[in-house]
Design a protein around this ligand. Structure first.
Ligand SMILES: C[S@@+](CC[C@H](N)C(=O)[O-])C[C@H]1O[C@@H](n2cnc3c(N)ncnc32)[C@H](O)[C@@H]1O
Length: 244
């Protein structure tokens, strides 16, 4: 297939933001993967699996996942968070962890769940649409035994995030660039609806935030913090309160 045809095929049906994200990713990613900090992070993560006997590593491209394309979006894949990513974000949160539930939207093999359980959350849960990845996550959760674990209640749920009803507890919602803009918008809408049912703190930690504009353009959210490759959002209680 000619290059122009391949380019046409890969941008067909994508929004402008998706295309810009894809271009950026393809230019920067090969260099980024070779950076010493990423090589060290990968080595630490391999050591994590060796130490705990878990299987959380590797990447699985969307074509190889047991997921219908419209449920994930073209170009997305399973790629685990690094332990460092989770630690940086959760250490910076000043919240009473034991009131909060941690939800990983698109939790894959459960790497982020295992790391998040080092914080004293009330509960840690993952939502993963791929049955094969969900099964691996369940096995990992069963095997995982770490004296540093502060939350014992960890689970993986096999479901499409757009159909997942967020529990009515204070939430820390974690996204590691898991899916396309359309799915992200539906999830954000669900979180808003859930807030309307019960007003409580809802945080969103978004890593590789390629669709952050879809959150920023909504009146109900504000960005608490932004750094290299991440954004943290919270719902604005006063906007909802004024509406209701
Ligand atoms: C980049 S991986 C992130 C894995 C994990 N959150 C972590 O940080 O280690 C994205 C995951 O989202 C899942 N996913 C994509 N679309 C989904 C959907 N509609 N519902 C649930 N999971 C989805 C993919 O199968 C994949 O495992």
């Amino acid at each position: 297939m000619r290059l122009s045809e391949r380019v046409q095929r890969s941008i067909k049906g994508r929004s402008l933001w998706d295309i810009l994200g894809l271009v950026g990713k393809n230019i920067i990613y090969p260099f980024y993967r070779l950076s010493p900090s990423l090589i060290n992070a990968r080595r630490r993560d391999q050591q994590f699996d060796l130490k705990f006997g878990t299987d959380t590593g590797g990447t699985v491209e969307y074509k190889a996942l047991d997921i219908p394309i419209e449920k994930i979006g073209k170009g997305y894949r399973y790629q685990p968070s690094t332990g460092g990513m989770i630690a940086r974000q959760l250490s910076a949160l000043e919240i009473p962890f034991d009131d909060f539930m941690f939800i990983d939207y698109g939790s894959g093999k459960g790497r982020a769940l295992l790391h998040a359980s080092s914080w004293p959350f009330k509960e840690v849960i993952g939502v993963e649409i791929s049955e094969s990845l969900h099964k691996i996550a369940c096995k990992n959760i069963g095997i995982y035994s770490n004296p540093e674990q502060a939350c014992e209640k960890i689970s993986s749920h096999c479901a499409d995030v757009t159909e997942f009803e967020p529990p009515l507890l204070p939430l820390v919602c974690y996204f590691y660039n898991p899916f396309g803009a359309e799915i992200m918008q539906k999830v954000i809408q669900r979180l808003e609806n859930s807030y309307n049912l019960k007003k409580r703190p809802i945080w969103v930690i978004y890593i590789s935030p390629v669709h952050k504009n879809h959150i920023l353009e909504r009146p109900h959210w504000y960005m608490v913090n932004e750094g290299e490759n991440y954004c943290i959002f919270m719902l604005k209680p006063e906007v909802f309160d004024a509406e209701t």
